[in-house]
Design a binder for this molecule. Structure first.
Ligand code: G6P
Length: 489
C-alpha cells in the first residue's frame, strides 16, 4: 500500500529519525495503542505542504515476535509511520551507549566518558559497531519504501552514519541530514575515536543543516582539519563533489500556543495557578532531566539569590518541571538523585510551614497545563550548559503576549543567537551572575519588559517551524538541481 501511494501527484518526503512521532503501547498479542507526540519536528513538517510525508523510525519498544511486528506495522501505517525494529541488545549498545553516553555528551562539550577508561575503550568499539548496524537497519527500511524521486531527510546524531548507507544503496537518492544538537568545535570532535568515519558518512548527504551558523562552521572546520578537505562558502568539497552545509534555525508552531491560551481549560488552569501563587512572583524552568540542561546549577543560583535577598524569600517561587528521560543511562540516574538532594536541602533551608521556594516535578505536563504555566510565569530560566536550540524559550515567549515576562537565557543555547536581544543572556556556569540576573529580571520595569518581549515575540511568530522545514526541503531540492547542472557542464 505504501508503494501505491507513490503514484500520488505530490512528491514524497521520507523523514528518518531515531524516534517516530508516536509512542506505541502493546495492548494484546496483535493490538497496539498509539499516542501521537506533537513535538517540534511533527508540527514543523505539517508546514511542508507540497510534500506527502512518511516517517521512518524506532517505535521505542522491543517487539521480538512476528505477530506483534505485523500488527504494529499495520497500526502505524494509518499514521503514515514505518517502524524500524531494534532488539534490546542493539538499543542498549546503540541508543543508550553510543548515542546517549558518547555522542550526546561529546556534542554538548561534556567530553567522552571517563570513569573507567579501559572499560570505555573496550565497549566503545562494540557500541560503535552497534551504531553502524542500527544505521544500516534504518537504511534497509528506507530502501524498502523508497520510490524514485522521494526526498529523504535524516535527523540528528543517532543517524550520522545513515547518509553514507543510503547513497551506497542508491546513489541517486536525494539525501539531507540535519543535526538538532550543537556540532562542537573541531578540537572536541577530534577526540572521538570514530571521528573520520562519522564525518565522511555525513558528507555523503547532499545537504547538511545545523541550527546556527557557528555549528555549521565547526562542522566545516572539522572536515578541513581532520579530513584535510576543502571548505568553501557553500560547504565542503571532496574531489569535485560538493556537500552543501548551511544553518537553518528551527522555530515552533507559535499559532498553536497562542490559540491554546484562549481555550477554557487553559484559562481555568491559569486561574488556579494565579490563586495558588497569589502574592508571589513565579519563576519557571521546563527541561528534560538531562545534564546539558544545567538544572543543578540553576537551582544553586536560585539558592544564592534567596541567600542574598532575604526580602524576596516569601515573595518568589521556582517551579521546575524536570521531565525524566533516558532513564536506563547511569549518568541520568545519578543526575536525578543529585537534583532531588539539592532541592530538598534548599526547601529545608528556606521553606516555611506554609510554603516552599522550589516546586520540583519529575514528570511532563500536558500541553494545556504547560501553556497555562508559561502564561502566568514572571521569569523563565533557560540555563542549559549547552543546547542545540532550546524551544522552551520560544514556547514561553509565544505564551507571554499579555504578561510580558522576562526570559533568562543561557548564552550556550542556540536560541541565544535569535532571542539574545530580548532575553537576559547569562553564563549558566557562573552561579553569581545567574543569581544577580534573577534579581534584575524580578525588578525589571514594565517598559523594559515590554520592549524585550516585543523583540522576542516578533522573532518567534515569524520564524516558525513550518518555515524551517519548508526552507530546508526546498534548499535540498535546489542543491540537487544545481549539482545535476554542474555535472552536465
Ligand atoms: C533531543 C534530541 C532528539 C531526541 C530528544 C528526546 O532533543 O535532539 O533527537 O528525540 O532529545 O530524547 P530521546 O532520547 O527520548 O529520544
Amino acid at each position: 500500500c505504501e508503494r501505491q501511494d507513490s503514484r500520488a501527484s505530490r512528491e514524497r518526503l521520507l523523514v528518518v529519525a531515531n524516534r517516530l512521532p508516536v509512542s506505541a503501547v502493546r495492548r494484546g498479542v496483535d493490538s497496539w495503542h498509539l499516542e501521537i507526540s506533537v513535538g517540534g519536528l511533527v508540527s514543523a513538517l505539517l508546514g511542508v505542504k507540497e510534500f506527502e510525508t512518511r516517517w521512518i523510525g524506532w517505535a521505542g519498544v522491543n517487539v521480538p515476535d512476528e505477530i506483534g511486528q505485523r500488527a504494529l506495522i499495520k497500526a502505524l501505517a494509518e499514521k503514515r509511520c514505518i517502524p524500524v525494529f531494534l532488539d534490546e541488545e542493539i538499543v542498549h549498545q546503540y541508543y543508550n551507549g553510543y548515542c546517549n553516553n558518547i555522542l550526546w555528551p561529546l556534542f554538548h562539550y561534556l567530553g567522552l566518558p571517563q570513569e573507567d577508561r579501559l572499560a570505555t575503550t573496550r565497549s566503545f568499539q562494540s557500541q560503535f559497531d552497534a551504531y553502524k548496524k542500527a544505521n544500516q537497519m534504518f537504511a534497509e527500511v528506507v530502501k524498502e519504501h523508497y520510490v524514485e524521486g522521494d526526498v529523504v531527510w535524516c535527523h540528528d546524531y543517532h543517524l550520522m552514519f545513515l547518509p553514507k548507507c543510503l547513497k551506497e544503496r542508491n546513489r541517486k537518492m536525494k539525501v539531507g541530514w540535519f543535526l538538532h544538537t550543537p556540532f562542537p568545535s573541531s578540537e572536541i570532535h577530534r577526540t572521538l575515536p570514530s571521528r573520520l568515519e562519522l564525518l565522511r558518512s555525513v558528507l555523503a548527504a547532499d545537504l547538511v543543516g545545523f541550527h546556527t551558523y557557528d555549528y555549521a562552521r565547526h562542522f566545516v572546520s572539522a572536515c578541513t582539519r581532520i579530513l584535510g578537505l576543502e571548505g568553501t562558502p557553500e560547504g565542503v568539497e571532496d574531489q569535485g563533489r560538493l556537500t552543501r552545509v548551511a544553518a537553518f534555525p528551527i522555530g515552533i508552531d507559535s499559532d498553536r500556543f497562542i490559540r491554546a491560551l484562549e481555550l477554557p481549560q487553559v484559562q481555568d488552569h491559569m486561574k488556579e495557578l494565579k490563586e495558588r501563587f497569589a502574592g508571589r512572583k513565579v519563576m519557571l524552568g521546563v527541561d528534560r532531566l538531562d545534564m546539558i540542561k544545567g538544572i543543578p546549577q540553576k537551582i544553586l543560583a536560585f539558592e544564592k539569590f534567596l541567600e542574598e535577598n532575604p526580602n524576596w524569600r516569601d515573595k518568589v517561587v521556582l517551579l521546575q518541571i524536570a521531565v525524566p528521560t533516558r532513564t536506563d543511562v547511569p549518568e541520568y540516574q545519578k543526575l536525578t538523585s543529585q537534583v532531588h538532594e539539592i532541592v530538598g536541602r534548599i526547601n529545608g533551608r528556606f521553606g516555611t510551614l506554609t510554603a516552599v521556594p522550589i516546586h520540583h516535578l519529575d514528570r511532563s505536563l500536558d500541553f494545556h497545563a504547560l501553556c497555562a504555566l508559561y502564561a502566568v510565569t514572571d521569569v523563565a530560566l533557560v540555563t542549559s550548559l549547552r543546547d542545540g536550540m532550546n524551544l522552551v524559550s520560544y514556547e514561553f515567549v509565544a505564551c507571554q503576549a499579555s504578561k510580558k515576562g522576562v526570559l533568562i537565557l543561557s548564552e550556550f543555547a542556540g536560541a541565544a543567537q535569535s532571542l539574545g536581544a530580548g532575553a537576559i543572556l547569562v553564563n549558566p556556569w557562573n552561579v553569581t551572575e545567574v543569581a544577580s540576573s534573577i534579581g534584575y529580571a524580578l525588578n525589571m520595569p514594565a517598559d523594559e519588559r515590554e520592549k524585550r518581549h516585543h523583540h522576542n515575540f516578533v522573532h518567534v511568530t515569524t520564524h516558525t517551524s513550518q518555515e524551517w522545514a519548508a526552507t530546508f526541503v526546498s534548499e535540498l531540492n535546489d542543491t540537487i538541481v544545481e549539482a545535476q547542472l554542474r555535472t552536465r557542464q
